[in-house]
Structure formats: C-alpha cells, structure tokens
Design a protein around this ligand. Structure first.
Ligand code: BZD
Length: 832
C-alpha cells in the first residue's frame, strides 16, 4: 500500500489528448470532496488506498447518474430483460475500466496529477475481484460489459464470495494456496441492498394438500432457511451510455444469534446457524473441471438460483402483473450447468406458487431459459447423487422425476427407442449409482443450447448431446466466444490502441470490425516500426515486473513465448516444457549454432486437489531454475513461472507477448479466449486446430499462424488404437532424450525420481497425446524461429493478426445472442 505517488502534473496523458482545464478542476474537487467526507482523510495523511477509494467513489457518482436513467428507461419502455446466471464473474480491477468507459480517464489522470498523485499507482492498489476460475468466469465479465455497451437491459446474477480464487504462491517451485481477501479494505463499487432479502429453503419435507376442486397440491416445507442479501455493482458500457447491474448474493442466517444459547454460556453454539448459513457464500469453488461431489457446492448453486429467480419474478410481477408473460419479458441464460437447478426452481415457482398447470409451466420455462455449454470433458459434466438431491431439495427432485417421466414417455414412442437410447436420454444416469444429469436438465429446460466455438458446437452434436439433439434437432447453435476490446485492447495496451485509432479513427471501440482498415499497413514499414516499438516498450515493462516479482532478468529483444492459463493436462503445458528441455539440451550440445534468444513465460493456477497439475507447475519452476543458472545457455533461453496469475497480470503479459501458446489436445478446449486476446495484441499463435483457434486461422490466414498436431478427428481415431506413448517416443530421439533427462532428475537433483510419475504417464498412458504431437510441435517451433529471424515478415503477420480480430469482439458475440437466442434489441454505442 505504499507505492510511489508522485506524478508529474505536466506529463501528457497516455492518449495524447489534453483535457479541458475546467473539467479537470471539477474532477479534482470531487476527488478531494470524497477523500474528506467519505474516506475521512486529509490530503497530507491519505494513503494510495485512500486516494483509490476517493477516485473510485467520484467516478462511481457519474456512473450512478446514468445507472438510474438506464433502470428508469427499461421500466418505462417495458423492455425485455436478459438475466445472465453465472456462479463466476472474473472481473479483475474496475478503476481503469470505469474511467475508460465513462471517458474520464485523461481528465482524471490530470486531476490526480495536480494533486501529486499518479493514477497508475492507484491502479495497482485495487485488488482483483477474482470471483471466477478461468475462461468461463472471464467470459461472463466480458459479456456483462458488452451487454451494457449494446444497451441491453441485463442483470448478472451470481454469488458475492468473501474469498475469490485462492492466491497462489510458489515456494521451492511448488504451488501453495492462500485465501484471497479482496474485501479486506472494503469495496467502493458495490451497494448493499438491505431491503432486498430473500429466504432460500433447504431440506424438510413435502405435504400433499387437497384443493377445494379435489386437485392435489404438493407443498414443500423446508427444514432450513438461509437468507440471500443483494449487493449491486454497476457495470458501465462503453461511452457510459447504458449501465447494467451485477447483483451478487451473500448468505446470512435468518437468526444471526441464538440468544438462548448465548445467554446460557454456549457462545460458539449460539453462532452455529450463522456459520452454517454464511459458509454458502464464503469461498469460490476452486475446481475448474472435476465435479466436487460436495454438498456445499449444490447448496451454492441452489442458493443463488433461487434468490435470483425470486428476484426476477418479483420484478416481472411488479412491472407486468402476469406470470404467464414471463418468457416475453425475461430471457435467462445459464452459464454452464452450475445454475441449471433454476429450471426445476422455475417449475416449482410456476406450478406450486402460481398454480399454473404443468404443461403451460413447462412451455414458459423452456421459452425463458437457454443454456451455454463450456466443456465436453466427461469428468467435468455435472451430476448430482439422487440421495443428496432428495435430502437437500426434495420438491425439486420430484419435479425432475416428473420432467423425466414425461420426456421419456415422449421419446419412448419413437421407432428407435431402445433401452440403451432411453438410458442415454434419461435425466437420471444409472450407470454408477443414480445421479441427476444437470446438462440434460439444462438442455431440456431451454429453447436454445449453445457451444462456444464452431468446432465445440459441432462436437456437442456428435458426443455428449447426440441423443438429445436427435429429439430436438436444431436446438444446438453456435456462439463463438468474444472478448471486450475496451479492457483487452485499450486498457491493457493503450499505446497500441492510439496507434490503431490513428489509422482507423476513434470509433474503433464502437465497432471493432473497422480494424480491417489496418491490414494495408502491414506492408508499411513506418507503421510496422512503430507497432514493433510499442511491443518492445511493453516487453521492457514486463521485464521490470518479472525482475521485481521473481528476480529473473529478461532480455526484451528475445522472443517472448507465452503460455498462460489454468494448469491442466489437456492444455498441455508439459508439451511446451518438453520442447524447452529439448532446446536446452541442444544449446548446451551445440553452442556454436546461431540460436534465437527466447523467453518461455508460464503462469497459471492448478486446482488445489489436482496433483498432476501441481507437479507440472513444479516441473516448470525446476526447469527454470536449472536453465536460468546454466552458464552455457548464455541467456539464449530463460524460463519463468510468474506466480498468482490473474486478470491484472494477464493485462500486463499479453501486450508483451510475441508468441501465444494455444496447444491443447484437439477437441478438448471448448473455445479459449486468451487466444483472442493475444492475437488482437499482435502475438502470433502456435496452436492446434482446437476451439476458436480454428476460427482464428480462418480469419488471419494460414501464413500468419503456426498450426500443428493432430486434428480432433485424428485424436479420436488415434485413441481407439491405444494411448501408449511408447511408439512415438521410440521414433523421436529428441523426445526420448528430453523425457529421460526429466525422469533421471536433471531438473530435480535433490529428488531424482520426482517426475517419474509424469514421464511414466506420458510413456504408458498418454491420454492427452503429448507424445504423438511432440515432433510436430517441435518442428513448428523451428518454423517460428525462422520467421522471427525475418523480422519484416514477423511484424507483417502481427499486424495482419490485429487487423483481423475485430470479429472476436464480445459485442459481436452478444449481438448474436440477442438476435438469435434472447430476442432483444441492441443499440450499438455512439447511437444512443
Ligand atoms: O470456458 C472454459 C473453457 O475451458 C474454455 O475453452 C472456454 O473458452 C471458456 C469460456 O467459454 N471453461 C472454464 O473456464 N470452466 C471453468 O472455469 C469451470 C469452473 C467450475 C466448474 C467447472 C468448470
């Protein structure tokens, strides 16, 4: 909290525009007013954090003015609303984002400078809101920003975790997890809404009541009720024209204190209910693929689904007064299956609370919901044990059984209704204990289901959802992911953004497709030199960060080869490490050759329980330790693992990357979004034909991307022949030597057999086909070297990458959702 604060009042703003003096003075006065009356500090005693809060509160005031107008307009016009239900919103920092979108950044920087405060220093004191694990959570954050930018009346619903994704430290090469504490200094962006409290029931029993007309009615009597409290964060769209709400729920006990127990001396027991209730919003679920199988996770899912539906149904009733019009006025998007219990919850509300007949209720439900799938990995598809569901959500289990019975009755009439087909179509998986398939529930309860890249959406139809697709053909659609250019271009790389707007004009962030106009400049050496100089400056800045954080000195003229994402076997960090080791051995053996100086940059977190992923982190660190201190390498190769990867770190690394590693086993990465961020900022991709890489290839053209390895079809075929790596290893001397040096302890002399398990797995059980793709990857890396030597050609490709990335704006993605799934209008920014 004691970053340098001194700023030069005369320094020009990064965008080069000189803000009007009167506006600067007004902003300065507002910040001073906040510092005094809201933070209660004087200029002389204010810490960077105090200045951050004062600045955030001053921009928040501006946001709130538009916010109230946006809410009012939606009310008056009776607009259909979009509800984005997600257990994760990986937001990162908001100060620069809010200032950028409110178009106040230059004025605020100047105002702070007049006070002797550096905006960049304030940027660094804001904690990351890390309420997500990875791509899925970050996508939700990009979508929130694009929905606001396009003036869609949207709400994000999620959980206000006390602790987001764990903080990663690396000790002796190993990952250690520490609780993350983003709220410890308070959160200037949120508004608590004490008046918005909903009770969420769990467990208990069901009573059958007979209505006057003789009909039977099921009444759920929960055994436990937890309260959901609303916290709202305004999400400003580009140019501040429209502001949406991110509403996050915190859990509280209905009775905060059992006074009887407390008075009788049981001080801890008196707080038991509170601890049990609050544990629901205590911490983000840290696994990014394997199901927890844990009661707490199911409690989280139902808690936020129920609170969100109660809230949106209340809003609908107060505005429109008729629950039967819900689907005309509300579109609910399920971000993966994590909120899928909402399908049963809406049925419960419609049937039990509003007495709408079952069939009508089901029609409303289907018309209201839609579902996005983010993975086909079988171990990642959520299922819940029936006994757990029966105990925690008895009425919902009944409803799911009824949905299933009617569904199977319908499909059971078809000519091809074999037992195997019905088993595959059933909401209940009976193959290993009885479990509820949440993907099936989300699919059946929705009118549209989408994958997140063209390849992934196609694979959905032939794998996990093959049978369901045959029952409702055409239901599966594709919506290739996108990223918000406000954050991933302008905020992360302001210098590049200025250069680009010089060429295409300052509507770049209104309509990213105009980036195409940059293409001709790929052959303009004056332009490419400036483009390359910006990259170099970004690399110098990253080098300083690396030196500060891990004490390794980098050469900014080396090729920065970057692999940053969650650590997972299917993402194949180990393939990259193997190539690193192979090159290390070659440099040592052939020091006379002309090598290309290269820096391998890794960052990413492993789920705490994922032993193999944690071993891969250790290997990357161990390899770095040996390589970076080997004198024969002479700085030609550096390997760094940057701890605690998060959104803010990504914003620093991506603009400094030359090469983007997107090397998952084909068919396993649903889309990827990091790939888009890199290519936009001009890194060339080395990648497999997986996820959105396929579409990046289409846009940038084969000469401007390095594609290698087996295709998804070839992966499938290969696996049927067996997944032993022995043959591939025998065929490749390089690979066998690299594996041998890892296995024999070259990088772990203090424990030579440390990596034996990794090497054995690759040798005998190489499910992710690392060995099969190794030679292809190695050779393609040599193509990268060749291109790097030809700098003209390299920068030409980089510019072509940038100029073709407009399509990957999340504004495009959201426009497609709006038109083809939600049926809501969009207003492009600048046209409000
Ligand atoms: O979603 C990711 C996919 O792996 C990426 O390919 C894709 O680009 C993004 C966005 O569509 N999936 C996740 O990030 N998944 C999780 O983080 C997750 C979290 C909890 C439980 C299961 C998965």
């Amino acid at each position: 909290a004691d970053a340098p604060l001194v700023a030069d009042a005369a320094a020009p703003a990064a965008t080069g525009q000189v803000p009007a003096a009167a506006e600067v003075a007004e902003i300065r006065d507002r910040i001073l007013e906040k510092l005094k009356h809201s933070v209660s500090k004087s200029v002389g005693s204010a810490t960077p954090h105090d200045w951050f809060i004062a600045t955030a509160l001053s921009v928040r005031d501006k946001i709130v003015e538009s916010w109230l107008t946006s809410i009012d307009t939606a009310k008056k016009t009776g607009r259909k609303r979009v509800y984005y239900l997600s257990l994760e919103f990986l937001i990162g920092r908001l100060l620069i984002d809010a200032l950028t979108n409110m178009e106040l950044i230059d004025q605020t920087r100047a105002a702070l400078a007049e006070l002797g405060v550096d905006l960049e220093a304030l940027r660094e004191v804001e904690p990351d809101a890390a309420l997500g694990n990875g791509g899925l959570g970050r996508l939700a954050a990009c979508f929130m920003e694009s929905m606001a930018t396009l003036s869609i009346a949207a709400y994000g619903y999620g959980i206000r975790y006390d602790h987001g994704l764990f903080r990663q430290r690396i000790k002796d090469g190993r990952q250690l997890e520490y609780p993350e504490d983003w709220l410890s200094y308070g959160n200037p962006w949120e508004f608590q809404r004490p008046e918005l409290v909903y009770g969420v029931g769990f467990s208990g029993h069901i009573e059958t009541q007979t209505l006057p007309d003789g009909e039977l009615k099921q009444v759920w009597m929960p055994g436990e009720t937890v309260q959901a409290l609303a916290y709202d964060t305004p999400i400003a769209g580009w140019r501040g024209a429209h502001i949406n709400t991110l509403r996050l729920w915190a859990a509280r006990a209905a009775d905060p204190l059992r006074l009887d127990k407390f008075n009788s001396g049981d001080h801890v027991g008196a707080l038991m209910d509170q601890v049990r209730a609050e544990s629901i919003s205590k911490v983000l679920y840290p696994g990014d693929t394997s199901p927890a199988g844990q009661e707490l996770r199911l409690r989280q899912e139902y808690f936020f689904a129920s609170a969100s539906l109660q809230d949106l149904v209340r809003r609908h009733m107060s505005l429109f007064g008729d629950i039967k019009t819900l689907a005309d006025k509300a579109a609910i998007q399920l971000n993966d299956t994590h909120p899928a219990i909402a399908v049963a919850e809406l049925m419960h509300i419609l049937v039990d609370r509003y007495d709408i007949p079952w069939n009508k209720s089901w029609a409303i439900t289907k018309a209201t919901f839609s579902y996005t799938n983010h993975t086909l990995l079988p171990e990642a598809l959520e299922t819940w044990p029936v006994p757990l569901m029966e105990r925690l959500l008895p009425r919902h289990m009944q409803i799911i059984y009824l949905i299933n019975a009617l569904h199977l009755e319908k499909v059971g009439k078809g000519p091809d209704a074999s037992g195997a087909r019905l088993a595959a179509l059933s909401l209940i998986d009976e193959s290993h204990g009885r479990r509820v398939r949440m993907g099936h529930l989300a699919f059946l309860g929705s009118h549209k289901v989408n994958g997140v890249s063209a390849l992934h959406s196609d694979l959905m139809k032939t794998t996990v959802f093959r049978d369901l697709e045959s029952v409702e053909p055409g239901k599966i659609t594709n919506k290739t992911n996108g990223i918000t250019f406000r954050r991933w271009l302008k905020e992360a790389n302001p210098s590049l953004t200025s250069l680009l707007t010089e060429v295409v004009g300052d509507t770049l962030l209104d309509d990213a497709t105009i980036l195409e106009k940059v293409a001709p400049y790929a052959d303009d050496s004056a332009f490419t030199e400036r483009y390359a100089a910006i990259r170099r400056a970004n690399k110098v800045a990253l080098s300083a960060l690396v030196r500060d954080r891990i004490g390794v000195k980098l050469d900014p003229d080396a090729l920065f080869d970057v692999h940053i994402k969650r650590i997972h076997e299917y993402k194949r960090q180990i393939l990259n490490i193997l190539e690193t080791v192979a090159i290390f051995e070659e440099i040592r053996a052939q020091s006379f050759r002309e090598w290309i100086p290269r820096v391998k940059i890794f960052a990413g977190k492993a789920a705490a329980s994922y032993t193999t992923a944690k071993l891969i982190i250790q290997l990357a660190n161990d390899v770095g330790k040996v390589v970076n201190s080997d004198p024969t390498v002479r700085g030609l190769l550096k390997v760094v693992f940057l701890p605690n990867y998060n959104v803010s770190l990504a914003e620093r690394i991506i603009p400094a990357a030359d090469l983007s590693e997107q090397i998952s086993t084909a068919g396993m990465e649903a889309s990827g979004t990091g790939n888009m961020k890199f290519a936009l900022n001009g890194a060339l991709t080395i990648g497999t034909l997986d996820g959105a890489n396929v579409e990046i290839l289409e846009k940038v053209g084969a000469p401007n991307i390095f594609i290698f390895g087996l295709t998804a079809d070839q992966v499938e075929a290969k696996r049927t022949q067996g997944i032993s790596g022995q043959e591939a290893i025998a065929r490749s001397q390089r690979l066998s030597e690299a594996l041998e040096s890892i296995a024999s302890g070259v990088f772990s002399p203090e424990q030579p057999d440390r990596y034996r398990p990794l090497v054995d797995a690759l040798t005998y059980n190489d499910f992710f086909l690392v060995t099969a793709d190794f030679d292809s990857y190695y050779n393609t890396q040599r193509d990268v070297f060749k291109r790097w030597r030809d700098k003209k050609s390299w920068w030409r490709s980089a510019v072509i990458n940038t100029s073709n990335m407009g399509w990957f704006s999340s504004d495009r993605t959201i426009t497609e959702y709006a038109q083809e799934i939600w049926n809501v209008p969009t207003t492009p920014p600048g046209r409000n």
